[in-house]
Design a protein. Structure first.
Ligand code: ATP
Ligand code: MG
Length: 414
């Protein structure tokens, strides 16, 4: 342990990063609001059971990635690795199922003990949407459309690709499971250790293997869509038709499965190739079984989550901070006036920066450094006349303004 280093896989959001982060999170929130979704926040830790039961004993997240600890009261709690389980828990514990459908969005930190690399952190952030209580395929279409609208607004959608697949219903899954097991059994001597384990516990997840050799084997595996029930096929057709109607382009990827076990029907990922290895920026699907699995009333659900850090890398530019007005007092009496004046302007919602020391040159330098739009210069002589100097820092233009007319003179820079 080195006390002066951040924990591996965590990072600070200093002002430039923070503005990129805000732009992504706020844009996502605004897009979701436009679809009638409301913001919620669930705790960043839950009883470990909440994730164990929902994410399934075989998912990567549960088997390897959870930050779990025993608190001082002896409870086993886990820092949330994702947002959906907490929202489902809130639906149950809050008795919200009488208010369906629920349309929620969230943003917040998630925690996974992963090997840190570009685009993969141990504390990262997700924005996400959840639509609960809608079993119709139009719900899947709406949820995907929110994701597309969000990415369009951050200027990334035209560099992204939507991949789409269906995991069918329980009957489809049962049928496909058998076929897949027989196929994979023929490659037991070649599959990675991890895939062999998955083959026992949750064979569908072998399709998700990141091992190159596994991927070659998987490439020739029977295709899920060939084993779908007519109902599942019809559901998928409606989702595709809905996306077509909205002009949302997609590519069917029959190998796409979600890492988590509770998904059914639609699953999707939006990837952006320029991000390299960790190129998935948004992923989600339908999870009709989840709330029931947690002991709540059977409730349909569909949603997605998006990695804020990965999306922030896609912003063409760092949003500019709002530009302050610098107040530059020259002399002790002016110093006092500066504080009072700053208070007056701030109450009018101007952004005002006060330097605390230094001569005129130093303070003007700082005003430029903080990207101030204007400097209000307070000299003793001007103050005696009830006036101040106003310098516009972009043009260099300088004039004298009456102190009691300062708000009007600065109105354009609020
Ligand atoms: P992967 O297969 O890359 O591990 P995942 O299936 O674990 O992804 P999800 O649980 O679907 O990822 O999370 C949704 C999104 O959250 C991802 O598409 C990604 O943008 C982001 N994300 C997931 N894990 C991390 C992480 N460790 N660091 C940064 N972003 C992440
Ligand atoms: Mg993962």
């Amino acid at each position: 342990m080195s006390g002066l280093q951040p924990v591996r896989g965590t990072h600070d959001l200093l002002p430039d990063d923070m503005r990129r982060f805000r732009r992504v999170a706020d844009t996502c929130g605004r897009a979701a609001l436009c679809f009638g979704y409301q913001e919620v926040a669930t705790p960043i830790f839950e009883f470990t059971e909440v994730f164990k039961r929902t994410l399934g004993d075989t998912s990567d997240v549960v088997t390897k990635e959870m930050y779990t600890f025993t608190d001082k009261g002896g409870e086993t709690v886990t820092l949330r690795p994702e947002g959906t389980a907490g929202v489902a828990r809130a639906l149950i514990s809050g008795g919200l199922s009488q208010h369906l459908p629920l349309k929620y969005f969230y943003v917040g930190p998630m925690f996974r003990y992963e090997r840190p690399q570009k685009g993969r952190l141990r504390q990262f952030h997700q924005t996400g949407v959840e639509l609960l209580g809608v079993k119709e395929p139009a719900g899947d279409v709406e949820v995907i459309a929110i994701g597309v609208e969000f990415l369009r607004r951050i200027g990334a959608w035209d560099r992204c690709e939507l991949e789409l697949n269906t995991l069918g219903d329980a009957a489809s899954r049962q049928a496909y499971r058998q076929v897949l097991i027989s196929y994979l059994n023929g490659f037991r001597d070649q599959l990675s250790k991890e895939s062999l384990e998955r083959l026992e516990k949750n064979p569908l997840r072998v399709l998700d293997s990141k091992d190159e050799n596994d991927q070659k084997i998987v490439a020739n595996a029977p295709i899920y869509t060939d084993y779908l029930t007519p109902e599942a096929t019809a559901f998928f057709a409606e989702v595709k038709a809905g996306l077509d109607a909205l002009g949302i382009a997609y590519r069917i990827n029959p190998r796409l499965v979600r890492g988590l076990d509770y998904y059914c029907h639609t699953c999707f990922e939006i990837t952006c190739p320029e991000l390299g290895a960790q190129k998935t920026v948004l992923a989600g699907g339908r999870y009709d079984g989840l709330v029931g699995l947690m002991g709540g009333p059977e409730t349909a659900g569909v949603g997605w989550a998006s990695g804020v850090e990965r999306c922030a890398m896609l912003l063409a530019e760092t949003p500019r901070a709002p530009r302050p007005i610098a107040i530059v007092p020259l002399g002790e009496a002016a110093e006092h006036t500066a504080t009072i004046l700053a208070g007056r302007l701030r109450r009018q919602d101007f952004i005002v920066d006060l330097g605390f020391s230094g001569n005129m040159g130093k303070r003007m330098k700082r005003a430029n450094k903080i990207d101030a739009v204007a400097a209000v210069i307070l000299g003793d002589d001007e103050l005696a006349r009830g006036e101040a100097g106003l310098k516009l820092l972009d043009s260099g233009e300088q004039k004298t303004v009456r102190l009691d007319e300062l708000e009007a003179a600065l109105a354009a820079y609020r």
